[in-house]
Design a binder for this molecule. Structure first.
Ligand SMILES: CC(C)(COP(=O)(O)OP(=O)(O)OC[C@H]1O[C@@H](n2cnc3c(N)ncnc32)[C@H](O)[C@@H]1OP(=O)(O)O)[C@@H](O)C(=O)NCCC(=O)NCCS
Length: 171
């Protein structure tokens, strides 16, 4: 298991697979993490249960400080699709999101994964920077394309979802 890390101000972070009992805290973290879409509590219970091998939480002082939901792409088994990334407001700017991604890709069970895919909303600088920085660390190409255009989301004012495909890299 990767080492916990931290600094004096923020204490130690532990990176681990989610547990079903984390579901309510993950749901609450996403609720506080605009502009992310809040899904049902049930969906976070399922992620923490059925998809625990491809999801990760960051824990600090027994509390959920960050969460990434991800799954192996159903038709590309060398590709991990990262769905939502959230870090608690007080914990941001500490490298937690980047470390969650790195820890996830360190898992022996994901050794055959050589691409990361995710979608980024055009106005979300933090999200874009997180994945650009990941691509740089892994020295992997990053290719972007429109996955789901704005029109698909109806009148709700939802931005387009831009696909970031990063890789190949050695997990
Ligand atoms: C986006 C988010 C996950 C970043 O978490 P974080 O732990 O603060 O990110 P990190 O500290 O690991 O930073 C990763 C990189 O992104 C950059 N970054 C992070 N937030 C940024 C922001 N708001 N604006 C510009 N750059 C940002 C960091 O400088 C760092 O770059 P570097 O590696 O070149 O130094 C967090 O702000 C969040 O939860 N936001 C709300 C939900 C959201 O928008 N999620 C993203 C959807 S995928």
């Amino acid at each position: 298991m990767p080492e916990p890390y931290g600094n004096e101000e923020k204490g130690l972070y532990i990176f681990r697979k989610p547990r079903v009992s984390d579901g309510p805290d993950i749901h609450s973290l996403i609720e506080r993490s605009r502009p992310l879409d809040l899904n049902s509590l049930y969906s976070y219970l399922l992620l923490a249960d059925h998809f625990r091998d491809t999801c990760i939480v960051a824990e600090r002082d027994g509390k959920i400080a960050g969460f990434i939901s991800a799954y192996v792409h159903p038709s590309k088994n060398n590709t991990l699709f990262v769905w939502q990334v959230a870090v608690g407001e007080q914990e941001r700017g500490n490298g937690v999101a980047g470390r969650m991604l790195d820890n996830l890709f360190d898992r022996p069970g994901l050794a055959s994964v050589s691409f990361l895919e995710t979608t980024v909303n055009p106005s979300n600088d933090g999200s874009r920077r997180l994945f650009e920085s990941f691509a740089k660390r892994f020295q992997a190409p990053l290719v972007t394309s429109v996955l789901y255009p704005e029109e698909l989301f109806g009148q709700g004012g939802h931005e387009a979802e831009i696909l970031f495909r990063i890789g190949p890299f050695d997990a």
